[in-house]
Write a protein that binds this ligand. Structure first.
Ligand code: ATP
Length: 580
């Protein structure tokens, strides 16, 4: 919890003043029964109108001042907790943004979402409760006993006896509920994961007619959460009747003992009512203390989960300002020297002994069977992961000498799965280059073979794009993501199987347009199609994470068994007759 203190720094004033106002309100609340006793005994019973009005006036005034104090405290609590939550959330998001793909894989997207939303909300709520109730509740319980003592010391033992009995009851209930609340948190995480998988894969689920199976999975997880909640709620529900039982019993006892004292003239009737009031205040304050314990237990669990994110160091360390390399063009843009790569220290090698050099301005192809390591290799170049062994040079400098910003400014990657963001075609293109002009947008769309279908849309560049680009076909999405990369005018463009959804003719047109219009750009095309890489200056052939050739098509046909078998299986195919 201490690690969260810096996020409260800006709100010190609110965090100090809030409880002070709440404390004042509690003082007024403690005083009220005293004035009520005077109103009854010295005013109403004595038939003294002046005292009655005076006491009623004082009580009214105190209630209004108390209200003012509550509102002020509430205001400070909102400002501090919301501000704290926002700062923490921003910091957590900054940390997540620094994560490499390895840490994102390790946590998983759904738990990251739960932590950024639900867990931070728990902490926010705990801070608000701390400001509003953490001082007030214990003060009211102890203050009630003290005030009862000032009224009738002989009856204080009832209060002193009730306190441990009630505390024992609370402890028993909390001992059962606190671990259950932790379980609830885990179940919420699981439900989020299942629902997010269900929603993001809704089309596949329907295509495979798995609606019922998946719905049953969601229902089962939901039932588990409901069951965990119900167990905790059932136990917590004991608190109210048990409190009422204790409260009513001790009130009867106070009325009985008070009645005797009233008979003997040792106490007034108003005093008895004041004692009853103090007993109610004490027990209600104790219930609030118990709820606070639950709020803080949940907040502790959330704090642990947030801390896990904040303490995770990204495995790809950004040199940032201490970077020694700036992008200076040399004849060799990318050099791999005996590179090995493992996704985790314990997993096997996804790439083994990869060595090749990509010359600036060249067009390189990467081909290999599925799972051979093509995407893995491509992800090393913008440093989404760090290599495990060997050397990776960019313009003849170790890749780690560049800041991530500098590196990624000059490299554009178009991943296998096309990701578009909700907005318009223009706003998506401007991801590649902020403030790109219409002319630049159309030029990029033209190279990416999008002009025809974008011109066909009523709003053209301002045509809406739904989340995930769901209102475009697979091929259109691929071309739009390529246009977004092109508008950046990158020094190195990597297309990872990004032409797979295009028909052969569009694929060819796109590659020709790229060569014609992006002369200064070095291009890497990863593809399963021989026709997409056949015209490349050099083609890297991968097989099971290893390198099985790096040469031109003609040379590889002679030297690489893997390449030859892929080529022969495809070039016999009629479709493959259209090639570069
Ligand atoms: N995030 C990951 N964590 C662990 N292993 C991974 C991860 N991503 C890929 N792999 C493994 O690395 C190997 C290479 O995968 P990669 O995606 O690079 O293959 P690929 O050649 O691009 O395949 P495809 O043509 O099917 O896209 C596979 O065995 C795969 O299981």
């Amino acid at each position: 919890m201490r690690s969260f203190l810096p996020y409260t720094k800006k709100y010190r004033k609110e965090i100090i003043l809030g409880p002070i106002f709440k404390f004042l309100e509690a003082v007024f609340e403690l005083m009220l029964p005293l004035f009520m006793a005077k109103l009854i005994d010295n005013g109403i019973r004595a038939n003294n109108r002046t005292v009655t009005l005076q006491m009623a006036g004082i009580m009214l005034l105190m209630s209004f001042i108390g209200l003012g104090c509550v509102l002020t405290c509430q205001y400070y609590a909102s400002i501090a907790s919301q501000g704290f939550g926002t700062e923490l959330r921003n910091d957590v998001m900054r940390r997540i943004n620094r994560f490499s793909h390895a840490e994102i894989n390790h946590f998983g997207t759904s738990t990251l979402i739960t932590r950024v939303t639900n867990d931070i909300n728990q902490l926010q709520y705990a801070l608000a409760m701390l400001i509003r109730l953490a001082i007030r509740a214990p003060f009211l319980s102890i203050g009630s006993i003290f005030m009862a003592f000032t009224i009738r010391p002989q009856i204080t033992w009832v209060f002193l006896l009730t306190l441990p009995i009630f505390s024992l009851l609370l402890m028993l209930i909390m001992k059962r509920t606190v671990p259950l609340y932790k379980r609830v948190q885990i179940k919420i995480d699981k439900l989020n994961l299942v629902i997010s998988e269900h929603l993001s894969g809704v089309r596949i689920i329907r295509a495979f007619a798995k609606k019922q199976t998946e719905a049953a999975k969601v229902a089962k997880t939901s039932d588990e959460l409901a069951e965990a909640y119900t167990r905790v709620a059932n136990i917590s529900a004991l608190l109210t009747p048990a409190t009422t039982l204790i409260m009513n019993s001790v009130i009867i006892l106070i009325l009985y003992l008070g009645g005797i004292d009233v008979d003997t003239g040792a106490m007034g009737q108003g005093d008895v009512l004041a004692l009853v009031n103090y007993m109610t205040q004490m027990l209600l304050a104790l219930i609030i203390v118990s709820q606070l314990v639950i709020v803080f237990t949940r907040a502790f669990a959330s704090a642990g989960r947030i801390n896990e994110i904040l303490k995770t160091e990204p495995s790809v360390v950004d040199s940032g300002d201490s970077a020694t390399a700036s992008w200076q063009q040399t004849p060799a843009i990318v050099t791999f020297k005996q590179v090995d790569f493992r996704y985790t220290p314990k997993s096997g090698r996804a790439l083994t002994d990869i060595s090749f050099q990509l010359k600036t301005g060249e067009f390189m192809g990467i081909i290999g069977p599925t799972g051979s390591g093509k995407t893995t290799l491509m992800q090393l170049i913008p440093r989404f992961y760090d290599i495990s062994a060997g050397e990776l040079l960019i313009h003849q400098q170790p890749i780690t000498n560049y800041s991530l910003n500098e590196l990624r400014r000059h490299i554009a990657t178009v991943p296998q799965t096309s990701v578009l963001f909700s907005g318009t075609i223009r706003s998506n293109l401007q991801w590649g280059k902020p403030h790109a002009t219409d002319e630049e947008c159309w030029h990029a769309l033209d190279i990416a073979q999008c002009t025809e279908f974008v011109k066909g849309l009523p709003q053209q560049l301002d045509a809406p794009v739904l989340a995930g680009g769901k209102n475009f076909s697979g091929g259109q999405k691929q071309r739009l993501t390529i246009a977004r990369a092109l508008i950046k005018q990158p020094a190195l463009l990597i297309l990872d199987d990004s032409l797979s959804a295009l028909d052969y003719q569009t694929d060819l047109n796109l590659r020709n347009a790229l060569r014609k219009n992006m002369a200064g750009t070095t291009i890497i095309v990863i593809s399963q199609r021989i026709s997409s890489v056949q015209g490349a200056d050099n083609i890297l052939v991968l097989n099971d994470g290893g390198q099985d050739g790096f040469a031109s098509h003609d040379v590889l046909m002679q030297t690489s068994k893997t390449y030859r078998s892929i080529a022969e299986s495809q070039l016999n195919n009629k479709e493959a007759t259209i090639h570069a």
